[in-house]
Design a protein around this ligand. Structure first.
Ligand code: ADP
Ligand code: MG
Length: 532
């Protein structure tokens, strides 16, 4: 059989260099990454087998690791979905997610202790094999296919592909260990690494010792343990694993729901904004398990405006062989979703009591939450209550505190949306200070949208200052001014709808206002830019 030599995608070469050289002191994570890939592949096969019985996993499906000191190799074998020839080239020879540039810059600025987790986060885990191996051989047979393929590379810019033999579907990764990485040929060392990094893998992980394969993990799903049995470190490790994140969780929410629907949930809110490639979907990736088995991460367990929450939900109320169709129609998921969103909201309410800590949360995820006001009217008021805004009086205020400060005579909530840098000096604000009316200064891009959608908060209307013209209706207008208004209207014609006198302006001679009905000025600007 002929052998084919191909070059890595240009990004891969740079990345390999970076991974191999900058993560030297954390080389042991190669095992975590390869075992995680094997577990993902086994999950995938299990899920595919639900609709195609021919793909069913063998009963003893596991991830098996063995080291051969004489040959200086480590072998990692799985019963997963496997890869076809083209998938080998695509998955191991190019970088699907275009994150290299971002990865490079984050890696450069990350603290050394954060670097190992960056690798998993950017989906470049496989390449970490080259930290310990001078040559990597991947033999894979895709489930449902007869033929197997072998991918071989020394990580120096090229790889080869050739036809191979493999008795059953799955993937074998053979690492030819570098002379300075011989420590990893000790089974006990491998076991320690697995216990440290991969204890929550739900498939059996076995390591060969004295000719026998022995279980290396406890295999008890963390989310099924009691809170009292779990240390903060275990929570944080698991969080980094499911979220591909490298920070500490801002909030850890772990509970067992009982009642109309029963499940265990372990959810985390990140303390930092994760890197998100543009093409990444906006949908919640919270994982759904049934009786511990991973089913899918696209059951949309949380709404888009909580897409930053990561974690696992594990229920007994669905059958193990749940299909995609059932997932789409079952009322069980509807019930679970409802419980989850309320639980996360109440956690956020509790967290909001610590204003300083909550500020960082809002900086990271406030804009995403605002999308919820737009998309999820059922929760809009609760979301609005959590947010904080700059105003003409405060650096950051809640809507409730704003209302508490409203002077006698003020009945609406006033805001000015626009470009953050210019809000404070906008002529639109003239007149409000004199009246003692506070104005919220909304500088986020999405701020042009949600106030109109929310309409009112606690029965106080949200009014754009650019539409609050009648607040300043002038009393007796001198004839000269009335004439001027008429002349201006004649001169400007159809570009404006009317010119009126106002008591509002103090320093500026004239200003634009928007009609009370319809889009405010910030929204009109956006619409013009969009060419409407
Ligand atoms: P990620 O796991 O984040 O996608 P990796 O670099 O770890 O990134 O792996 C790249 C891809 O290679 C995986 O998405 C998967 O498609 C494929 N792959 C890696 N290891 C295996 C395996 N053992 N079995 C099947 N596919 C695998
Ligand atoms: Mg991976």
């Amino acid at each position: 059989m002929t052998e084919e030599t191909r070059r890595f995608g240009t990004e891969v070469g740079r990345l390999l260099d970076l991974v191999v050289h900058s993560l030297y002191s954390d080389r042991e994570i190669f095992l975590r990454e390869l075992v995680a890939n094997a577990a993902d592949a086994t999950d995938k096969r299990r899920f595919m087998a639900l609709s195609d019985g021919a793909l069913a996993l063998p009963d003893n499906a596991a991830i098996r690791i063995s080291a051969d000191k004489a040959a200086r190799t480590i072998r990692i074998e799985d019963n997963g979905i496997g890869m076809s020839k083209e998938e080998l080239a695509e998955n191991l020879g190019t970088i699907a997610r275009s994150g290299t540039a971002a990865f490079t810059s984050q890696l450069a600025s990350a603290k050394p202790e954060d670097r190992p987790s960056l690798i998993g986060q950017f989906g470049v885990g496989f390449y970490s094999a080259f930290m310990v191996a001078e040559k990597v051989e991947v033999t894979s047979r895709k489930a449902g296919h007869e033929e197997a393929w072998e991918w071989v590379s020394d990580g120096q810019g090229e790889y080869t592909l050739k036809s191979a033999a493999r008795g059953a579907p799955g993937t074998t990764i053979l690492l030819h260990i570098k002379p300075d990485a011989e420590e990893y040929l000790e089974p006990i060392r491998l076991k320690t690494i697995i216990r440290k990094w991969a204890d929550h893998i739900t498939w059996p992980v076995e390591i060969e010792e004295d000719g026998k394969f022995e279980a290396a993990t406890e295999g008890k799903a963390l989310w099924r343990k009691n809170r009292s049995e779990i240390t903060p470190e275990e929570y944080a490790d698991f969080y980094r694993h499911v979220g591909h994140n490298f920070d500490e969780p801002f909030a850890t929410i772990h509970w067992r729901a009982e009642g109309t629907v029963e499940f265990n949930a372990l959810l985390f809110i990140p303390s930092q904004k994760p890197f998100m490639p543009v093409e990444e979907s906006r949908e919640s990736k919270v994982r759904l398990h049934v009786k511990r088995m991973f089913i899918t991460d696209d059951a949309k367990l949380l709404p888009n405006w909580l897409n930053f929450v990561v974690g696992v939900v594990d229920t007994e109320d669905l059958p193990l062989n749940v299909s995609r169709e059932i997932l789409q129609s079952t009322p069980v998921l509807e019930k679970i979703r409802k419980v989850l969103v309320n639980r996360v909201l109440s956690e956020l309410k509790a967290k909001a009591k610590d204003a300083e800590a909550f500020k960082a949360f809002l900086e990271n995820f406030g804009s995403v939450m605002k999308e919820g006001i737009y998309e999820d009217t059922g929760h809009a008021a609760e979301i609005a209550a959590l947010l904080r805004f700059a105003s003409t009086k405060e650096d950051a205020t809640t809507l409730d505190d704003y209302i508490a400060r409203m002077p006698e005579g003020q009945s609406d909530i006033y805001y000015l949306a626009g470009d953050a840098a210019h809000l404070k000096t906008s002529p639109q604000l003239e007149g409000f200070a004199e009246k003692g009316y506070e104005v919220l200064l909304l500088g986020d891009a999405i701020d042009a949208f949600w106030p109109g959608r929310l309409g009112s908060y606690k029965e106080k209307k949200l009014v754009s200052v650019s539409q609050a013209g009648n607040l300043f209706a002038a009393g007796d207008v001198p004839e000269a001014i009335t004439n001027l208004c008429t002349k201006l209207k004649e001169a400007l014609g159809e570009d404006i709808s009317e010119v009126t006198a106002s008591s509002r302006l103090k320093d500026s001679p004239a200003m634009l206002v928007a009609a009370e009905a319809g889009p405010d000025l910030a929204m009109q600007r956006l619409l013009r830019r969009a060419g409407r």
